[in-house]
Design a protein around this ligand. Sequence first.
Ligand SMILES: CC(C)(COP(=O)(O)OP(=O)(O)OC[C@H]1O[C@@H](n2cnc3c(N)ncnc32)[C@H](O[C@H]2O[C@H](COP(=O)(O)OP(=O)(O)OP(=O)(O)O)[C@@H](O)[C@H]2O)[C@@H]1O)[C@@H](O)C(=O)NCCC(=O)NCCS
Ligand SMILES: Nc1ncnc2[nH]cnc12
Length: 284
Amino acid sequence: MAAPAGELFAARVGRLAIRSLYREVALDGKPGLVGPTGNGSHPDMDFTTFMRSLQALRGYFPAIAACGLQRPGFAPLRALGIAAEADMLAATAAVNTHRGAIFNLGLLCAALGVLQAEGAASSAEAACAVVRRCWGADILAGLSETSADAPLSHGLIVARRDGSGGARQEAASGFPAALNVGLPAYRAALAATGDGELAAMQALFALIAELEDTNLLWRGGRAGLDYGRRAAADFLAAGGVLAADWRTRAVGIDRDFVARRLSPGGSADLLGITLFLAELDGLA
Ligand SMILES: CC(C)(COP(=O)(O)OP(=O)(O)OC[C@H]1O[C@@H](n2cnc3c(N)ncnc32)[C@H](O[C@H]2O[C@H](COP(=O)(O)OP(=O)(O)OP(=O)(O)O)[C@@H](O)[C@H]2O)[C@@H]1O)[C@@H](O)C(=O)NCCC(=O)NCCS
Ligand SMILES: Nc1ncnc2[nH]cnc12
């Protein structure tokens, strides 16, 4: 018997989510980040840890897309996200690989479910607008909440110390960094080179240059964030991936990030989201 349409839809969304996260981690030479041939500023994880994490999340993205078909409030999405975090931590021996992605990409998968239920076409702009419209207020409420079951995260610590809205602000605002920075950089570099990996690298540097990445803030404070953003902006000003010597420059930035223990983990998550959004037009 054929699977119901909702199940097929959710499975398609889930496959796109996993593929986008795979493309992010498989991109080699990212500064300070884990890739297939290095672990950047992360002694506690490597490429295999990320593969285990992705395997553990295979069921989550279709499940949250299917939940979106019911046009849910925030509470059921949060419950799915918390369960997925537990699955991730069990698969990685308690290393945090995809916390941001579980949250960000989970919300976007649910948004696609809402659009499908409303009979609306899916696009990057429409999916981001659903997240803002349907769940933005509940997401922001979490910024001021702490309790025994919601202990202080690194993001909440830097929110209080440095006044950064972090992952919650980005999601509640409808992912402006992914829509207005990552996606245009990705599309322009893809048009110029025809190479998806080069385009992804350009998008990553564009995101690092602009984002208030709470991982950079957590690891390096305001000076670390400023350093990381300036290094990425200089890379782009020198031509980014269109410059003949871009790989040498990227290797130098990676070396500098590792020497300072800096990791742009939030920008890496938003690259995963950018790659997801780039494939949304026409996903029915
Ligand atoms: C709402 C949550 C995302 C929690 O957010 P919060 O800010 O309170 O908590 P964090 O634990 O800091 O996680 C946020 C992660 O989001 C990524 N991120 C950072 N900046 C941004 C940004 N500006 N925009 C978007 N996303 C951003 C980033 O994720 C990556 O970093 C992870 C590694 O982080 P961490 O362990 O802190 O780093 P290390 O430096 O390695 O630690 P040490 O070695 O020093 O110990 C990595 O996983 C990347 O993903 C931030 O870390 C959400 O998690 C939440 O509330 N969940 C509950 C479930 C829920 O509500 N779900 C809703 C429906 S899905
Ligand atoms: N490739 C990566 N390396 C380190 N942290 C990350 N968070 C998301 N992707 C990451």
